[in-house]
Structures are given as structure tokens and as C-alpha cells.
Design a protein around this ligand. Sequence first.
Ligand code: ADP
Ligand code: MG
Length: 463
Amino acid sequence: MISDHQLLATLNAKFGFSSFRDGQEETVKAVLKHRDTLAVLPTGGGKSLLYQLPGYLLPGCILIVSPLISLMQDQVERLHRSGEKRVLMINSQLTGKSRQQAMRQLPSFKFIFTSPESLTNPDIIQALKKVKISLFVVDEAHCISQWGPDFRPEYLLLSVIRQNLDSPTTLLLTATATPEVRQDIIQKMGLENATVTQVIRSVNRPNIYYAVKRFLSAKEKEQSLIELVSRLAGPGIIYFASRKLASQFAEKLNKKTDKNVAAYHAGIAPLDRYRLQQQFMENQIQLICATSAFGMGIDKEDIRFVIHFHEPANLESYVQEVGRAGRDGQPSLALLLYCPGDEQIQRTLNHIDLPESTLLEAVRNKHQPASVLGDNHELFSFYLKHGYDGKMIIKAFKKRQRNLSSRLEWMAHYINNTKMCRRKMILGYFGEQLEQPQEPCCDITEPTLIQRFEHHNNETING
Ligand code: ADP
Ligand code: MG
């Protein structure tokens, strides 16, 4: 058994940290005792360390499943920078000779990052079966929840893949999961609830002030955004529902405010995106007009405000996105702008109102273009590929639509609310209670506090 002293010594030697963050020690210890573990720790809470530290203390390799190549790359780079070279990425970019070579040298790697798709490749599974996997990690584990917002169909294959690899000790990592989603994650991984150690920390971010501003029209909202942004101090992000609007507003705000503003979305070339991120990190750009593509893996500490020009699809996304503000612990603002009709944008974006006839036709043709099914397209193809029949597909889609709808209703509830503390509402959604009132809190409990975020006023919010 590894002593507390050894644990701290390794933390210090390998990462240069002198203490654990909340939840880290408990998770690492559970993993080292070979317990299957679900850790729900806030964004930026240090979840990578939960498998990296055990990597240095367990004999075999650590296999990490990640939903995005960019997230894998980010982790690989960080490990390289820390001096760890025994790192491999197995994904669609690794092909031909270099893949064969990597497969032969597999035992020499400590950290192997991969995608669920790659793990459906029999050759890769065969190669992995020959190495000792000390820990099977699922990063962004909420992607497995079929009724959750970031559902990735391929994550459903992980339960079988894990069994194929002789059921190694498993670590499930996520930042935001309601109690319902936590149950779903465990079940879909094929694990027994009673045998899984759960390390759950609050999603509460005490230094974030929550506010909603309502407008009568889109025009009024737009006008107000320009004034608002001119007054707000510090680096910030504004989220939009579309790439086009993000770009348009970046241009407009660049002209009409004294800030350097840039747009960031999936339509911008990877190299440019990388450059923008760097410039934002170094404060050459003070404001980013983004779609939800911006944020995962952004580690800027002093973001002072996150504005939503359009509401997100659910409170999980909202909490994730506003959670990028105030990592340094300083007071920060989460402001949502609303005008009537905004909810329809999300309904359309998520294809919530997809008629049954469209689905039936898609089933009949065994195909339907992405333009009709939207995000559902991927899910649809997955079902077909894995032998779901028409009835099952329709049923699954109906359930998904109901679920997306109810999440959107929660957003409406949050926006229309005029009585209840917003922090309390958010915590309630995640099955938590607000233990004691907080400062700064929200526009319901302290309506005038928002003025303190404006830079002509030098007082701090706590002052
Ligand atoms: P998450 O995946 O939970 O969003 P990361 O693993 O990316 O978070 O970590 C966020 C940041 O916190 C990183 O810069 C990491 O180096 C830092 N960090 C993690 N653990 C500690 C610790 N115990 N002490 C200080 N910094 C830490
Ligand atoms: Mg992470």
C-alpha cells in the first residue's frame, strides 16, 4: 500500500504541486485500491491528475478514452512539456506504417490516449490485450449518457470494449452530471452501482455572480450588448448560437468598442484558432465572440465575464460555459441576455421538433441527410449500424426529443425566474442545496451588484 507521504512526494516530484485539490486525493486513493471510480469535479478542478498520478504508481499503462482529438492533443502536449515522453495517441490520424510500429511498441508507453471508434478496431484491441492496462479512463464520461446533452453514440460501445480488455479498473471523469446522469453513466458502462466509488464535488462557483437581462426585441438586445461590453472590465467571452452571428458581432464590437475582439468557432482554420487562443491568453485579444466550440481545454485564469447572447440548450452547458470565468477566484460575471423567441433557436438547432414522418422515412430509406437530421444524424447512423430496428429507433428518438425539450424548459425556468436565487436554482438542478447565502450571488438576491463589474467603477465587488 502506498503511504500518504509517498503520494505527496510523487505529486511534488512529478507535477510540482505541494497539495491536492479538493477530491483529488480521495479519487487517487480509490483508484490505487483498484476500485472503479466516478469522479465529478468542477471544470479546471484538476481531473487529468487523477489518472496521471496513478500512472506513476501503478505498474501497467493507463488507457484514456477521450471524445475529441483536440482534447487528446492538449493532454499529450502537457505531458510532453512535463517531461513525460511515454505517451501515445491512437486515433484516426494514426495510420499505415506508423500505426503498425506503434502497435509493436505498445508496452513501452505509459499513457495511451484513444477514441472509442479506434477501440472498435480488432487489430488495436488485439495489440492492447497484450499489454497490462492498470487503469481504463473515460474522460468527459457524461458523453455516455444517451439522454444527456453531449451524447456520443460511440461511447455506448465502451462497456463491451472494457470487457474485451478484461475489465480493468475504471475511472470515469466528468465536470457536470446530475444524479440522473451519474446513474446512467454507471449503468451504461456496465458497472454495478454498489461497487463504484463516487467522488462528487459541488458545481458551485462561489465567485460567480449570475444575472439575466430581458429585452423586448433582438434589436434592443443587440444595441444593449455594445453598451454593456464597452463598460465591462477585463477579458471576456460572448457566446452565440451561430458561427455567422459570432463573426458579425466580433466585427461590430471591434469597431464600436475600444476592445480587440475576435470570433472563434469550428469554421475557423485550426491554426488560426490556435493563434487566437494564444492571443487571448496573452491579453492581446480582450474579447472572444464564440460558439460553444470555444472553451474546452481553455485554461485562462482571469476571464472576468461570460455573456450568453443566446441561451444554451441546457443548464449543464450553461454551467460549463460560465465556469470558464473567474478561475482565479476573483468576482466574475455570468450574464444571460434574453429576448422572446430565443428558445426557438435552440429547438431548431437541436432538431427537437423533428416530425415522426421524417424519422419514419429515414428508417425506411436506411439513410437521411445530415441537413434534415442535424445532430441526430450521427446517432441515427449509429443505430442503423448496430442493428436497431425502425420501432426501436423511433422510440429512442422520441425519448431523446422529450429529454432535450425538458432540459430547454429548465433554461426557460431559469430565465423567467423572478423570485428564487439563481445559484440555488442551478445547484438544485444538480441535486445540491445551497448551504448558506453567498456574496456575490445573483441579480435576484442582489440586483444592483452587477454595476460593480463595470470598469468606470473601481470598487471591487466585495468592497
Ligand atoms: P479539468 O480536467 O478538471 O478541467 P485539468 O486537469 O485540465 O482540469 O487541470 C486544470 C489545471 O489545474 C491544470 O493547469 C493543472 O496543472 C492544475 N492542477 C491540477 N491539480 C493541481 C494541484 N493539486 N495543485 C495545483 N494545480 C493543479
Ligand atoms: Mg479535463
